[in-house]
Design a binder for this molecule. Structure first.
Ligand code: BGC
Length: 487
């Protein structure tokens, strides 16, 4: 365990930036279906350019195919909501309302989902975040792949370390637990893990109530901490976004993993384990990472995707996440460049696992700027010093562009389907995650594609930060408000 507890000051109330409108004002003269296509590859050697593009054809989706994906997504949503077999879990989160500006109190929040685990102390006064202290703890590979008991004991040790450092180990706390994995929720504060995703694969936790297990581990350390809300990072993002902007109705994570949630009419949700007569809308966690696990999306699966899946920690699951998540985009890039190298269209195969999603962003960044020098340096590193020309760098940049374009298209299919389904005068979408934040043009592509797929609907994408921390505390405060109202 390292580092002191940080006190947040400047950005206490999070950041919501660039609320752009759906259209960018410029008219694309191509037919609708072609407006989704990536920019063509131009090389001095036009025969090589044609051969590369032919090899990448399967990764290029036109408007009609995206419409078909949208239709399947909609059908899977309906099936999931009505508890019929579906690759979309459509989980009832039991979060029935958004922040109203009255949220008060001091809360602990835990954020588990990536390689770091965060413990936060957050104080809300009249809906505003007035104090935030946070400490990051690294979760080793051994813990991520060990037993569930070990992992949760480690989490409780971190909480103990955190409250001790603040001299607050004897205080009573309500806690919001952001657990960013698929769950079967029984209430706003309890839920069972369905399956691990991303880089976690601990044994013995599937089917276990993770909130109860956490509380047990905390009690064993004499900590008086109650889990008031168990939520997913998308719910946290929706709630944090709604705190900043009144029209937010959808929360999206486009990071290591990907997922979305939205406010659905309570009457359309079949699964309830609690009274809900007075509930109008409820947040539904879609778990779109698993979209297509039942084969319904096989019409877009490529050999590259099969290869990435076969080499992944959790093979044959989370099909859709493997097309769009930051954990996988670097692997797709690597597979495609290797295939091009084997076909004599690229100088060398990259070393296994050498290409990361950060490389894809770098290649895209230089591509947008019309440069190649940093791409060439990076390629020499990952291809064991092979000789790389500017033309080779352009090929790699084009591959990165095609992969990024497909990811933007697919996530836009999901968001536009929700925007159409919600049918409100304006829907703001709160988005967080490393790919959305660091990829140089994914946000722009998404705005264009959502507008093309939901042309009669007004929407905006908001970069919403720290849903897993601030959103967790706000949701815990909402849960406290509901408990007082219902008692
Ligand atoms: C998980 C989701 C989560 C998403 C983003 C996925 O792998 O299944 O629950 O929201 O990653 O972190």
């Amino acid at each position: 365990m390292s580092a002191a507890v940080d006190s947040g000051t400047g950005a206490l109330n999070g950041r919501v930036h660039c609320a752009e409108s759906a259209t960018n004002g410029h008219h694309d003269p191509r037919p609708w279906s072609q407006q989704f296509l990536p920019t063509p590859l131009h090389l001095e050697d036009s025969v090589r350019a044609q051969k590369v593009e032919a090899r990448l054809k399967e990764l290029v989706l036109c408007g009609e195919v995206l419409r078909r994906v949208a239709d399947v997504f909609e059908q899977e949503i309906e099936r999931g909501l009505s508890e019929q077999p579906s690759s979309l879990q459509m989980e009832n989160t039991y979060v029935p309302e958004l922040p109203d500006g009255t949220e008060e109190g001091v809360f602990l929040a835990l954020d588990l989902g990536g390689t770091n685990f965060r413990v936060l102390l957050l104080e809300l006064a009249a809906g505003q975040l007035v104090r935030q202290q946070v400490k990051h703890y690294h979760i080793s590979n051994a813990l991520r792949l060990g037993t569930g008991e070990e992992l949760f004991n480690f989490l409780a040790d971190c909480v103990l370390d955190f409250v001790k450092q603040l001299g607050m180990e004897d205080q009573t706390f309500s806690l919001g637990f952001t657990f960013s994995f698929p769950m079967k929720q029984h209430s706003i504060s309890s839920g069972e893990l369905i399956t691990w995703t991303k880089s976690f694969k601990c044994s013995g936790l599937e089917g276990v109530d993770v909130a109860a297990l956490l509380e047990r581990c905390l009690r064993a350390r004499n900590l008086q901490i109650t889990v008031r809300v168990l939520l997913n990072d998308t719910t946290g993002t929706l709630i944090a976004g709604a705190h900043m902007h009144k029209n937010v109705g959808i929360g999206v994570i486009l990071g290591t993993g990907s997922n979305g949630c939205y406010m659905e009419r309570a009457s359309r949700v079949q699964h309830w384990e609690a009274a809900h007569e007075r509930v109008q809308d409820v947040c539904v966690d879609i778990e779109w990472g698993a979209f297509g696990d039942n084969g319904c999306l096989d019409f877009i699966k490529t050999d590259f995707d099969r290869e990435v899946d076969a080499g992944s920690l959790l093979a044959t699951s989370f099909t859709f996440e493997k097309y769009i998540g930051g954990k996988y985009l670097g692997s797709i890039l690597s597979c495609v460049l290797s295939a091009l190298a084997r076909a004599g269209l690229f100088p060398a195969e990259p070393a296994p696992d050498a290409l990361q999603t950060a490389h894809l962003s770098l290649f895209e960044d230089e591509n947008c700027a019309g440069e190649v020098s940093r791409t060439m340096t990076a390629l020499r590193e990952v291809c064991a010093g092979a000789s790389i020309t500017a033309e080779d760098a352009r090929v790699a940049q084009h591959v990165a562009h095609v992969i990024s374009n497909r990811a933007a298209q697919l996530v836009s299919v999901c968001i536009s389907t929700l925007v159409r389904r919600m049918s409100r005068p304006h829907v703001a979408v709160a988005v967080d995650g490393s790919v959305f934040k660091h990829h140089p043009r994914i946000a722009r592509l998404m705005r264009t594609y959502i507008a093309l797929l939901a042309p009669h609907h007004s929407f905006s994408l908001l970069g919403a930060e720290d849903g897993s921390g601030k959103g967790s505390a706000l949701t815990a405060a909402i849960a406290a408000r509901l408990a007082t109202r219902d008692s």
